[in-house]
Design a protein. Structure first.
Length: 428
């Protein structure tokens, strides 16, 4: 597949002709929301076998082959040129599809309110073929160790149909806020902890959960070791049932990082105890903060490079947002940005006739527009380029895969590129 960035005066017809494919195939693959009004800077994935590379200054067949991980002889043969041929700047090389590696993918799905929207179930159903794990978010714990289940509806059946491991996500939230006091009780009061574990086992058996996933956040720093002890105890209990156990971790860059979001999480211990971890590498740009990329590549890299210094890389799922934000400018503390899907972001740019820019440092697309009332906005989101940059990082650091927060936000290019880059692991 080829990632194409729309240029001035291009149309779907001209793009399709340049890749010897059809408008219909491009529109359907990308679910293009604005086929008659393309935006400069909009990306699309061209559904062809292999891809193309445009030669730049200083390139040689050998340097391109090395960078793309393709044998130079195979690259020369595919383009019917000698291995030692000098390449002209602007020449378009065909890159044959390389060997894909296996990877695991998780998708959190968060039902809210009193019913599950059909669109949310459909989103889970459409994503499940590309997932290893499906994770309804989430079970809450009461202070007596009993559990309150999320709305599960058809999610267990969807997971079973598509050979997903159904993930039982459990957090320490009270009234939609992470509670250090609830964490203290569950990690230190052994009678309640034992009841808590009994309830997990009974519930997992009832619904068919095969991974127990702890998302304990905002823990007291003093409970760091208590959390490690609890995880060891839980792991032994779940191992007898043949289940996996995983944890969610805040994005740290050192073992001594201060702050209640970080100090309760011991990367080294979680790497030793858990089958795998999800590292929440997103929300640098967040709804209550100033406009910026949600998951800029450099901070993401720093977190993951620290992580692999503490645990095996093949235990790590990189956290990835399936959303962006639309901020009203100037940013005012206390204001809240509106969450948008990648598809909604494209529609906004098309509606307001503004081009989409790309920040090469953050590896993220963005644009600005003025709304009907004259207010300025800035939108940061994800596209094929930004997600490919993250997939390249997974390969470079030899990570286990990726975990998405959260399903229900349309991003068709992501699923196309999973197939292009990886063989999704299924655990039957």
């Amino acid at each position: 597949m080829q990632i194409h960035v729309v240029q001035k005066n291009e149309t779907l017809d001209s793009i399709a002709k340049s890749y010897r494919t059809t408008v219909k195939d491009i529109v359907e693959a990308n679910e293009i929301p604005n086929p008659k009004n393309l935006v400069i800077g909009q990306t699309m994935v061209i559904p062809i076998i292999g891809s193309f590379y445009t030669v730049k200054a200083g390139d040689s067949l050998y340097s391109i082959a090395q960078r793309l991980g393709v044998p130079v002889q195979q690259l020369a043969s595919a383009n019917r040129i000698p291995v030692n041929q000098r390449l002209q700047i602007g020449f378009r090389l065909y890159i044959p599809q390389g060997k894909k590696r296996k990877a695991e993918f998780n998708g959190y799905v968060e039902p809210r309110g009193t019913t599950v929207a059909p669109s949310l179930e459909n989103s889970a159903r459409e994503a499940s073929p590309y997932l290893t794990y499906l994770a309804p978010f989430s079970f809450n714990v009461n202070r007596d160790g009993t559990l309150k289940a999320p709305l599960l509806n058809n999610f267990p059946d969807i997971a079973k149909t598509h050979k997903n491991v159904l993930m039982m996500v459990i957090n320490n939230q009270e009234n939609d806020q992470f509670s250090d006091e609830l964490g203290r009780i569950l990690l230190n009061e052994i009678a309640i902890q034992d009841k808590f574990l009994d309830n997990i086992v009974a519930t997992a058996k009832k619904y068919g959960f095969r991974d127990i996933h702890f998302d304990f956040e905002y823990l007291r720093p003093v409970d760091r070791e208590a959390y490690n002890r609890f995880l060891r105890k839980a792991k032994e209990r779940f191992k007898k049932e043949g289940w996996f156990m995983s944890t969610a971790l805040a994005p740290k860059t050192s073992a001594t990082q201060k702050g209640k979001w970080y100090e309760g999480h011991d990367y080294k211990a979680h790497g030793e105890i858990s089958d795998f971890v999800v590292i929440m590498t997103y929300e640098w740009g967040y709804s209550g903060g100033p406009a910026m990329a949600v998951s800029p590549i450099d901070p993401v890299r720093k977190v993951l490079e620290y992580a692999i210094s503490e645990m095996p890389s093949n235990k790590i799922l990189m956290g990835q947002n399936l959303y962006g934000y639309d901020w009203t400018l100037p940013f005012v503390k206390g204001s809240i940005a509106k969450a948008v899907s990648p598809q909604q972001a494209i529609q906004l740019a098309a509606k307001h006739s503004v081009p989409i820019d790309y920040d090469n440092k953050a590896q993220a697309p963005f644009f600005k527009y003025k709304d009907e009332s004259g207010k300025q906005h800035e939108v940061w989101f994800e596209d094929a380029r930004s997600i490919q940059a993250k997939f390249d990082l997974i390969k470079e650091l030899n990570l286990r895969g990726m975990s998405y927060w959260k399903l229900g936000l349309s991003f068709p290019q992501n699923w196309l590129l999973i197939v292009e880059n990886f063989d999704v692991v299924k655990k039957t």
